[in-house]
Design a protein around this ligand. Sequence first.
Ligand code: FAD
Length: 419
Amino acid sequence: MTRPPGLWRDTCAEPCDGSALHGNITTDVAIVGGGFTGLSTALHLAQTGCDVQVVEAGEIGTGASGRNVGLVNAGLWLPPHKIRARLGDGIGDNLVRLLGDAPAQVFDLIEQHQMHCEPVRAGTIHVASTPQQLDDLRNRAAMWQNLKAPVTLLSAEQTQHRTGSPHFIGGLFDARAGTVQPLGYARGLARAATAAGAQISTHSRVTTITRDHDNWQLTTPTGTLTANRVVIATNALTGPLWPGLDRCQSQISYFQLATEPLGERAAHVLPGGEGIWDCGTIMISLRRDQAGRIILGSMGRIIETGRLSQRWANRTLARLLPDLGAVNWQQAWHGPIGTTPDKLPRIVQLDDNVYAPFGYNGRGIAPGTAMGAALAGFLSGTGNLPLPLTPPQPLRAPKLYARSLDVALLAHKVLRTIV
Ligand SMILES: Cc1cc2nc3c(=O)[nH]c(=O)nc-3n(C[C@H](O)[C@H](O)[C@H](O)COP(=O)(O)OP(=O)(O)OC[C@H]3O[C@@H](n4cnc5c(N)ncnc54)[C@H](O)[C@@H]3O)c2cc1C
């Protein structure tokens, strides 16, 4: 993975800037990884006057940030009461508040820095297809409403009207949320960080991080970077960079397919511009982009030419949007979502002045942005972290688990195309 996928690259109005790190550079804070987390950390640190350098292995947004659906959701996958139960009232409440406000933080940054990333602040809808799923949404609605969040439970009729699909029996509308062109947002963050004084090098994979007296030395194929503090924002793409870090979370693959622009024939699909995702164990997402393409996604990978995924997508679209008719799928891609066993994010302290934030469990646009801003506050001494720093806790066999999951998801996809 060295480039973001074709659709987001082809339709990105933000320029793709960046060149490799050359020579021996010294900085205050080195950030490994040019996704939402690393770039938000860089932007907010640079705004405090701190000397900061981002080093990215590929292009900006090569990882999950430039591959994602673009749903800017509030909160985590876990509902607020479970976050509180797992973290305790004080930390739990703070995290729920931070992440509930995080979509506003994203849209404010987009506005402030005039990022060209197709922002649509029209909310998102979590949709239900079964009575049990609707009960879950009813509970989530009650919890968020207790916290005075602008969420509304939609009736079957309202959901059908707003999605264009007769398939759903209800939905939870969240007015805080919205959609973006994710690569545009990542590149926009990079542009804003650079304007604030951060240095960004691309196509520069960090191969080693070693101690150099009180500092750390990061080596890339064409240069070295010496820094007092290091943020490893490589998330699910960490690889062997720091011993054991890649074992602190597992992965789920998520794939997407995009149609050609569909014009008037898809005008009834999500006419208000919301993005949706469902309550299924094997989740499905659906949104439109600015050009009128439908982008359909689910858990799993695109294998070989993607023909199996196209068959799956045809069947799924016929089920969700029976009035639409046949479509032409033009793009297909997948990416890794980092997951933790308790579904909570972490900020791990790996050594003196070396930190790694990760584990958004599929909710990285707003949480990655908020986590980066909070980390910048912590590193510059102007703010606190939303979570306690924890030591790394490697899982037993995360890669085996991820591979087994991929096989199970592939089997499910095959079944879905024949049953
Ligand atoms: C297909 C898909 C759909 C998703 N949809 C949504 C969604 O709709 N809404 C949402 O909120 N979240 C979504 N997510 C989750 C979200 O995209 C992630 O949580 C988020 O992008 C994580 O950002 P990050 O900056 O932490 O990591 P990443 O974006 O993965 O960035 C890590 C970067 O580190 C770089 N890197 C790795 N190793 C090195 C090294 N040794 N040297 C230098 N650089 C290195 C990688 O190239 C990569 O660019 C989705 C994820 C996927 C994969």
